[in-house]
Design a protein around this ligand. Structure first.
Ligand code: NAD
Length: 320
């Protein structure tokens, strides 16, 4: 099978490509990535000479390029996105362009060339903030609150429309907050870990009690693999780790694992429109045979140690 993975030089995409090449000796992967600030070919150094792997630099908004690549593959997995909420607050338009128009561009090529399967990667943030006591299911209303989550929701909606209108074989996954190696050091865990290593302040939004449902990136990659192969076209699948943790507790673990003083913790003005809580019900994906395998506390400690052991990687990201 030949797959087109878009955004494969980013955090989750690079872990996914490594997972797929390792698990399926017969698969070939074309990685299309624009190499924005978040894309980094260092993430895939270990597979770049694999004859089953090919890298193409380009934009999912480039209709001619997507058309050309789609005609040569059996399936497409779309990770390409602008992905950072804080950046979306500063510059919403670039999010709409890539996350909505780029997705529609891929759908058009899937439709035209009869690509067998399109997996579109979305987020639990499209459900909006979830009250304590309940978890989002796939049939819940979409209530995005940030320009990032609104642009991802737009991508989900155009996927839905292509399935219902044209029968395009698209599946959407909505995963919770990922953590693990190769995450650009702007997101909570890598940013605060790298700050701690440098003895810098550890900024925490608001009261630090915002809750996220964390998933180790390899558990997500395994979930995406299962949904890609076994999911039904036209369906949405939540992929959550079931680890609901307040931001401040993540920060405390980073303080403990890096051995810095907790006086570095600095509460800062809350993010605009900051959602209080996300929580996913993942029973639909679990019914396909997937289950997250990694213990949260150990995976978090391993991740913190990965950033301690890979300073050259994150320092080069920050110097870009
Ligand atoms: N990280 C998370 O916790 C999380 C959670 C749920 C869903 N997601 C979704 O998963 C996907 C991957 O997230 P990530 O954390 O790996 O993001 P990332 O920012 O690390 O990587 C995004 C990648 O997409 C590439 N890209 C951006 N615009 C592009 C374009 N127009 N054309 C081609 N390539 C482009 C970038 O160069 C980068 O390599 C995104 O769609 C994101 O919305 C992420």
């Amino acid at each position: 099978m030949k797959l087109l993975v878009t955004g494969g030089a980013g955090f989750i995409g690079s872990n996914f490509i490594r997972h797929m090449l390792g698990k399926y000796p017969g698969y070939e992967i074309v990685n299309l990535d624009k190499l924005t600030y978040a894309g980094n070919l260092e993430n895939l150094r270990d597979v770049e000479n694999d004859p089953r792997y090919e890298f193409v630099q380009g934009d999912i908004c480039d209709a001619g390029l997507i058309d050309d690549l789609a005609r040569r593959v059996d399936g497409i997995i779309n990770f390409a996105a602008e992905s950072h909420v804080d950046r979306s607050i500063e510059d919403p338009q670039s999010f709409v362009i890539t996350d909505v128009l780029g997705t529609q561009n891929i759908l058009e090529a899937v439709k035209k060339h009869g690509v067998g399967r399109f997996l579109h990667i979305s987020t639990d943030e499209v459900y909006g903030s979830i009250p304590v006591g309940r978890s989002s299911v796939e049939t819940d209303p979409i209530e995005p609150n940030s320009p990032y989550s609104a642009s991802k929701a737009g991508g989900d909606m155009i996927c839905r429309a292509y399935y219902h209108t044209y029968g395009t074989p698209v599946i959407v996954t909505r995963s919770s907050n990922n953590f693990g190696p190769y995450q650009y050091p702007e997101k909570l865990i890598p940013r605060l870990t790298t700050n701690a290593i440098d003895g810098k302040p550890l900024p925490v939004y608001g009261d630090g009690l915002n809750v996220r449902d964390w998933i180790y990136v390899m558990d997500n990659c395994e979930g995406l693999d299962v949904v890609f192969h076994k999911g039904d076209a036209g369906e949405v699948y939540n992929i959550g780790g079931g680890n609901e943790v307040a931001n401040i507790d993540i920060v405390r673990q980073i303080v403990a694992d890096t051995g810095v003083s907790d006086s570095l913790i600095t509460y800062v003005e809350d993010r605009l429109g900051h959602d209080r809580r996300y929580s996913l019900d993942s029973n639909k994906a679990r019914a396909l045979g997937w289950t997250p395998r990694h213990d949260f506390a150990s995976a978090l400690s391993e991740t913190i140690h990965w950033y301690k052991d890979n300073e050259a990687w994150w320092r080069s990201c920050l110097s870009k």
